[in-house]
Design a protein around this ligand. Structure first.
Ligand SMILES: [Zn+2]
Length: 315
């Protein structure tokens, strides 16, 4: 472990269709959009390898499975069903109860394997079991945490880090019982609603305002009962739609400021994103990541930051 003052973290929340299956608008384009994650994924790992940067991959627990089945018409009958306003039906109604060959957006043991075989060694954590929101129902939260950990374990992964779906933190004291030691804090903008349908220009303007602001937040890990809360800084957003108008130089400058703040304050600068954020505007987003990790690598060589995964940070 280096004595660098700052810490850099990068986390990928891997969801495929689980983040949006309940939204008909998304389901129509899901195969094209989330199917392309499998093309982007090896390139993300390649970019990490080029800069020798380790990351945390938090998989929706169901993605650890290679298959599942219907029992009396329902999948996972043992699971607690969430009651969410935006989806009043059976939360597992769209779970096909098949396998990765037939429904590759619901299962992803191949992506888990890619991460496990990649070098440098990355961390694999969990992002709920079914991407239900876990901030209001303790029984649901406990069931999701345990099912996610169990699915990971069956795939040979001891998951230590947990990322809450939509960054809606709830019942973190239940995490320890499922074997988790760390979770990512509730990010600004964590929301149970689907993102507002802002126009693309409004979204680009919001991103520009963020990038031109005082600099990304950095923070310190803190102990919450038996587990550690890991600060989150800012998401890496897609470079598609009007957001493509924001030059990479501006995005890279935000990373430079985040690294400097982490160094100056002895704090954690934690970027997080989804592999599907690299679908659409792929070349530009990968070029951004390449430059950002180049800065990380240089800061590490200067002794200003160390690169860690989520379960490696300590208060
Ligand atoms: Zn299933």
């Amino acid at each position: 472990m280096s004595g660098a003052p700052g810490t850099f973290l990068l986390t990928f929340d891997v969801e495929l269709i689980w983040g949006v299956f309940f939204d008909a608008r998304w389901r129509r384009r899901a195969l094209a959009h989330f199917g392309a994650v499998r093309e982007v994924f090896p390139r993300l790992l390649g970019t990490l390898a080029r800069h020798d940067v380790r990351a945390t991959f938090a998989f929706v627990g169901h993605l650890f499975l290679g298959s599942c089945a219907r029992v009396d018409g329902r999948t996972h009958p043992e699971m607690v069903r969430p009651v969410h306003r935006h989806f009043p039906g059976d939360w597992y109604a769209f779970d096909p109860g098949t396998d990765v060959a037939r429904d590759p957006l619901f299962y992803a043991p191949d992506l888990v394997r890619l991460v496990r075989e990649a070098r440098p060694l990355h961390e694999i954590g969990a992002h709920g079991f079914s991407h239900a929101f876990l901030d209001t129902d303790r029984d649901l939260a406990r069931a999701e945490m345990r099912a996610a950990a169990e699915a990971a374990r069956a795939a040979g992964v001891a998951a230590r880090s947990f990322v809450y779906p939509r960054n809606l933190v709830g019942f973190p004291e239940e995490l320890a019982g499922a074997g988790f030691t760390h979770y990512r804090e509730a990010g600004a903008g964590g929301s149970r609603e689907m993102p507002p349908r802002r126009g693309p220009l409004a979204r680009a303007a919001r991103l520009a305002a963020r990038l031109l602001g005082a600099g990304p937040p950095v923070g310190l890990p803190r102990r919450v009962g038996p587990v550690v809360e890991v600060p989150a800084s800012v998401p890496i957003l897609p470079a598609s739609g009007a957001r493509r108008l924001v030059p990479n130089a501006v995005r890279v400058a935000e990373v430079r400021r985040g690294l400097a703040r982490a160094r100056d304050r002895g704090a954690v600068f934690h970027l997080w994103t989804h592999p599907h954020n690299f679908v659409g505007g792929t070349e530009k987003s990968l070029a951004f990541l390449d430059r950002a990790l180049g800065l990380v690598s240089a800061a590490r060589e200067r002794g200003e930051v160390r690169v860690a995964t989520m379960s490696e940070v300590a208060p």
